[in-house]
Design a protein around this ligand. Structure first.
Ligand code: FES
Ligand code: FE
Length: 436
């Protein structure tokens, strides 16, 4: 055990001291996670620098910008970026700053534009980033202004099966390598068919540390029977321990998911089975056919969920993506997207959406249950006491278990969803980056 420290002042530590202190106190391999990492401002600052400025961060789904000229503005590690599909059909992203004198170039959330004109002095940029117009250029610059040197600052993008990620890292690991074996599982969520988001993402503020969301989705199926116990009482799921059966998987780079199975009924549109079989391997399709829910996190803060609910007596799935976007050490913006199989019938899409709205989304029963808990954990983790008194969380669940070696998909797999192996893996990678 770690000695009790009564003289810890995290606010006085340098970055190096803080990283050393994290190495000493965060011990995922022993199932020990100190409470202060969920409530400390300097940990949050270090996360920004070491994680959000370095890794791939989710920005959008490709179906949000399907046509030439479509654009959205999003946040990449606290900096506004424009994600735009050029007239050539190529997806690009730019720092949302005019290269003349720094005005925020685009103030809309979304739209369709071939060019952006700066609201300050009227410089105009094509949606491929080129500067193409400067008012009174010849007269006031004497023909000396080199427009080619003043294109918008590009942001590195990469996509996987419709998911658009960006990074500020100038030498990032290829996205495909970063996702690694997790792609096998992501395919079922976002690559099983042509997928599209419905409407703009919903956004809401929660007074919670962002990691609590990622952590909850990467390995915490255990809370379901208590936090979401009312769902069973309402008859929307069979019983309170329905969430235990299945598997928990984790792979390299902190990614992981929980796969609830088996499912008595196929909860996806049956008419799309040929499309699913075309997009998935036979093993992936077999898993998908048996899935009753699938909940996971792509490190650091993109979570996903396929969940099944009974709507009007029929079992139906809904798929959602959610981003836990840090705003402060004790506050995040949650962005959620409802994702649907594009070629499903309108009736199926509507019922799936209804199932999503009832469960996850700001008005959903699950969402409201969870965010209450996230807020209270953050409050208890904040201030000087948790570090000074060495208060730790217990993440030892399932440490006595060995992974199975005959699961259909890749990764380290446990034959039960009630384990904290996925969180231990998540924090190991988190610690590697914080100490890099
Ligand atoms: Fe944009 Fe001057 S700051 S045109
Ligand atoms: Fe929950």
């Amino acid at each position: 055990m770690i000695d009790t420290k009564t003289d810890v002042h995290l606010d006085e530590m340098s970055r190096t001291q803080l990283a050393d202190y994290l190495m000493e106190t965060v011990r995922p391999e022993e199932g020990i996670i100190p409470a202060f990492i969920m409530g400390d401002e300097n940990v949050n600052k270090l996360e920004h620098e070491k994680i959000f400025m370095k890794t791939w961060v989710f920005l959008a789904h490709e179906s949000e910008v399907p046509n030439k000229g479509d654009f959205i503005t999003r946040d990449l590690a606290g900096y506004s970026v424009i994600v735009s599909r050029g007239q050539d059909g190529v997806l690009r992203a730019f720092y949302n700053m005019c290269t003349h004198r720094g005005m925020k170039l685009c103030r809309a959330d979304k739209g369709n534009k071939g060019q952006f004109t700066c609201p300050y002095h009227g410089f105009t940029f094509k949606n491929n980033g080129d500067l193409i117009g400067v008012p009174l250029q010849k007269d006031i610059y004497g023909g000396q202004l080199d427009l080619d040197q003043m294109s918008l600052h590009g942001v590195t993008l990469a996509t996987y099966k419709g998911l658009i990620f960006g990074t500020w890292n100038e030498d990032p690991e290829p996205l495909s390598d970063f996702l690694g074996d997790f792609k096998w599982y992501l395919d079922i969520v976002v690559g099983r068919a042509e997928m599209e988001v419905v409407g703009p993402p919903q956004k809401f503020i929660v007074h919670s540390q962002w990691k609590i969301g990622s952590d909850n989705f990467v390995s915490d199926s255990y809370h379901t029977m208590v936090t979401h116990g009312s769902i069973a009482k309402l008859g929307m799921v069979p019983n309170a321990v329905y969430s235990k059966k299945g598997y928990q998987v984790h792979v390299e780079n902190g990614h992981g998911c929980n796969i609830g199975m088996p499912n008595p009924d196929f909860a996806f549109p049956e008419e799309l089975i040929p499309e699913y079989k075309e997009n998935l391997s036979a093993d992936q399709f077999e898993l998908m056919s048996k899935v009753k829910n699938m909940i996971g996190t792509v490190f650091p803060n993109l979570s996903f969920l396929i969940s099944h609910t009974k709507i009007k007596g029929k079992l139906i799935s809904n798929t959602t993506l959610r981003l836990w976007k840090p705003i402060a050490h004790d506050k995040m913006e949650v962005m959620t997207w409802f994702l649907v199989d594009k070629n499903a019938s309108e009736d199926w899409k509507n019922r799936s959406r209804e199932s999503y709205i009832l469960t996850f989304s700001p008005s959903g029963i699950f969402e409201q249950d969870d965010t209450e808990v996230f807020t209270d954990i953050t409050q208890a983790a904040s201030g000087t006491i948790p570090a000074a008194k060495n208060f730790n969380y217990n993440y030892t669940m399932g440490m006595h278990r060995e992974p199975v070696d005959d699961f259909i998909g890749p990764g380290i797999v446990y034959p039960d969803k009630f384990t904290e192996a996925g969180s231990r893996n998540y924090y190991s990678y988190w610690l590697d980056l914080m100490n890099a």
